[in-house]
Each structure stands twice: as C-alpha cells, then as structure tokens.
Design a protein around this ligand. Structure first.
Ligand SMILES: [Zn+2]
Length: 470
C-alpha cells in the first residue's frame, strides 16, 4: 500500500471551499454555520461572494449561463444520475406480489415476474427527458451504480434490459455515459456488471460499449478508473458487494439482498489516495462512488439508512431507506454509507468494518477533492435527516447524492430525479440543477428549489491543468 509520505505533497492540504446555496430560495442561510468553521481568510472571501448575491439580488444564473444559451465551448455540462434498478420499475417484487395477490391468481409473466401496471423505464425515460428538453444540454453523463433491482443475482434478461434502455439515446453515444458498480449489481467475479454495463468496453458484443469512442479516454480497470475533462479529474470507484456476508451478498453461488453497507478494496483506496495527492493544485477532483461517506448527506449516519435494529419500528416517522439483513447484525448501522475496507489479497479476505478511511483522509487533507458524487439512498430533494440534505459540504468537499432514477425500488420515498452540473471556464462555481423525472413529488422538469451553486477549489479550465502529472 502506498503511504502518504511517499507521495508528492502538492495537494497535501488544500484550501477548504464553501458551498453557496442558491439565493433564489434563500437556502444558503444554514451554510452560514459552516462559514464560521473556516479560517478568517476564507470566511471573508465567502462573505464577499455571498454578499454580492444578497446585495445585488443576483442569482447563480447571473454568473453561469443558462444551458439553453450555451453556444460556445465555455461550459461543460455533466449529467449525474444513479440507481435506475431497471427491473424494479418494470416488474412487481415478490413481497409486493404477495400483498396484491394473496390468492395467487395472477399469472407470472416469464421467470415468475409480473409486469407492473405502472411500469416505467427508469433509465430509458430519463434519457428521453434529458434529450428532449433543450435546457438539458449535457456533454457527458455518469451513472453511479445499481442498474439492477435484484435481491439475488442479477439476471441476463435484466442486463439486456439495461442495454435496451441505454439505446434510447438519440443525441449522444453510449460511450458518453461513464458508469460504476452499485451494491445490487454484484455477481461472482462481477461478471454481470462487466458484461452488460462494461465501463472499459471489454464486452462490446453484449454491452455495446466501444471504448475507442469515449470522448474522454479511460485509464484503469472496471473497478477503479480515471478520465479527464479539461482540468477536472474524475476518479470512478465501484462498490464491491461480491464478498460473502456481512461484507457483501454472495454466498454458495447465489446472493441474498443487496447488503447495503458499501465496500471498496484497500487497493482502490490506495489508488484514490495516490491520484489525489499527486494531482496539481489547479485541478478539480471529482470522486464518483455508489455510496456517500459517513455523516455527509441525508441518511448517511449510523442507523440512518436503517433506523433501528430489527424488527423495524413501524410508524415512528423514520424513513427506511435500505433493507435490514438479520445475519449482518450490528453492521446494519452502516446501510447508508461506505462502510467496509476490504483486503482481498488475503485468503480469506480481511475486512475493516466502519473503516472511515476516506473520511479520515479528508479530515487531514481538507479540500483535497472538490466533489464526491454518489447515490444509494433514494429520497426526495427536500428530505433532511439530522440536519443533512442531499447536498452538503464537509472537510471542504461538496457531497452530492444524485439518487435515484427508480420510483419503485425503495418504496414511496424514491423520487425519480437526476442532477445537471454546469462548469464554466474561468469560474470556481458549479451550478447544480435538479430534474424530476415524474410528476409525483412536483411537476416533472426542473425543480428550482433543489438547485444549488457550489464552490470549487479551483476555476474550471477546459484547456486542462497547466502542470498535469500523469
Ligand atoms: Zn445502492
């Protein structure tokens, strides 16, 4: 494993950055609390920026062009989405089937599945929305995992369904979308994910991904890879749910549940740390992983993903974001965050529970990255738990939960949404818009109350970093 000291310290301690929430909604007020935690210099800087917004009444739109007017190369638009769980939105789950059909007189359609009356293409419809709204101009997209809705092993039919829904793309190429693995996508050797989702284009015949067509070339493996857009470095890390319980869901050739607590290998953590520490100061670093870090965004604290020990205390007003795995016992407390660090070079594999490796690193290196984008906890854009929403700042890092595209995986709190992040040349602000993909929570389309403006550690430069280290 690579030690910090052996690496270039160019990003050892970066300045923390502060999130500015949209003045239209007057929702930046809670961030004042954050301001007082910062050094005087940055406090003054932030007050100056906030003051400008307040005094002039100018919203973030004044500094970042509307996507509709984007006729130049001055902006980069990133569509960020997660958790399509495609079969959950097409077919009834077994427990729903039992509830709706106690006499068992509904005939299953193929492989014991019954189509929903309100079936929807979670991924396909989002793609259609994104390409039919002229304000939804995106350059590339990321999808942070959980393509499958399976609670066992994902099936070949579900894999081909994901590919079919990707084929709804009309204005973009499949290769414009960069993907990682979520906890529901695990299979032995992660072969299902590699065959159908295929970030590296290793299985073009099944996935349709041709890596020669990537607009921004990938370096790495299916599990951890990077790519660059201007001076933005993307670090993409897949979840590893393919270990035996309690770490993962695979056992005896099958799988049980999604085993919600997140897992990465020590190799992936070492890779991430090395990438972060060797990157020049003027780069913008975006980490994409299926899970959020502990105590960053809504539902990411202990026992927040699952609010109490089994049995779930119904009617207490708590949301039950994730499933409970009786055999995992105390580890269910980590259902809502990246929980395990796994040494898969050992036999049997060795795992550290509630490792907080990334949290510890960021605490010691505030502002070392600019954005952490994830999914996993499906909810609505107004949801708060213990004061945390879907977008928060901690350790000088912006954390953005973009879940979920699914409506039926996760009960009535899974509001289909995604986010559009707009970077502007020369600007340290990134506009984060929220798009609702159904009419259930509010009218389908842009949800202005969910919009935020975040501050990056460095301005976006579409020409790339001046001193990129490769
Ligand atoms: Zn998940």
């Amino acid at each position: 494993m690579i030690k910090h000291e052996e690496l270039t310290r160019s990003r050892g301690v970066r300045k923390p950055r502060i999130s500015i929430l949209d003045s239209k909604t007057a929702r930046y007020l809670p961030s004042l609390e954050l301001l007082f935690q910062r050094s005087c210099k940055w406090l003054l800087q932030a007050i100056a920026v906030l003051g400008l917004h307040v005094i002039t009444g100018v919203s973030s739109q004044a500094t970042i062009d509307d996507p509709a007017s984007d006729g130049s190369n001055s902006q980069f638009h990133l569509w960020a989405m997660s958790d399509p769980h495609v079969f959950s939105d097409l077919f009834l789950r077994m427990k729903e089937l039992k509830r709706l059909n106690p006499k068992g007189d509904l005939l299953p359609h193929e492989s014991g599945r019954i189509p929903r009356l309100d079936a929807r293409e979670s991924l396909g419809s989002a793609i259609v929305h994104s390409e039919s709204d002229e304000r939804f101009a995106w350059d590339i997209a990321i999808c942070a995992g959980d393509f499958s809705g399976s609670h066992g092993l994902p099936t070949e039919r579900e894999g081909s369904e994901v590919v079919k829904q990707f084929s709804r793309l009309r204005k973009h190429k499949r290769e414009d979308i960069y993907t990682i693995c979520g906890n529901h996508d695990a299979s032995p050797g992660n072969e299902w994910f590699r065959k159908w989702i295929d970030p590296l284009g290793e299985h073009s015949a099944s996935s349709g991904v041709d890596n020669a067509s990537r607009p921004y070339p990938i370096e790495g493996t299916w599990e951890r890879y990077s790519f660059r857009v201007g001076n933005i470095l993307f670090l993409m890390m897949s979840d590893r749910n393919d270990f035996a319980p309690p770490v993962g869901s695979l056992q005896d050739g099958g799988a049980t549940g999604g085993h919600p607590p997140g897992a990465v290998t020590m190799k992936t953590f070492a890779w991430w740390k090395q990438k972060v520490l060797s990157e020049p100061e003027e780069s913008i670093i975006v980490t994409v992983h299926h899970h959020m870090l502990k105590e960053t965004t809504v539902g990411s604290g202990e026992w927040e993903g699952y609010p109490d020990r089994d049995p779930f205390p119904m009617g207490v007003g708590n949301r039950r974001y994730h499933g409970y795995m009786p055999e995992d016992g105390k580890h269910n407390k980590g259902a809502g965050y990246l929980y395990w660090l796994v040494d898969d070079t050992k036999r049997p594999v060795e795992s550290i529970a509630d490792a907080q490796a990334f949290e510890g690193f960021l605490e010691n290196h505030p502002g070392a990255i600019d954005l952490w984008i994830g999914g996993h906890t499906h909810t609505d854009p107004e949801d708060r738990k213990n004061g945390r929403s879907q977008i928060e700042v901690k350790w000088g890092v912006n954390f953005v939960n973009v879940a979920a595209l699914s409506m039926h995986h996760g009960g009535d709190h899974s509001e289909p949404l995604s986010r559009l992040l707009s970077f502007t040349d020369g600007s340290s602000e990134v506009r984060v818009q929220c798009y609702l993909h159904t009419d259930r929570f509010a009218e389908r389309g842009w949800y202005d109350r969910g919009e935020r403006t975040l501050l990056l550690g460095s301005p976006f430069n579409s020409a790339g970093p001046r001193s990129a280290i490769e």
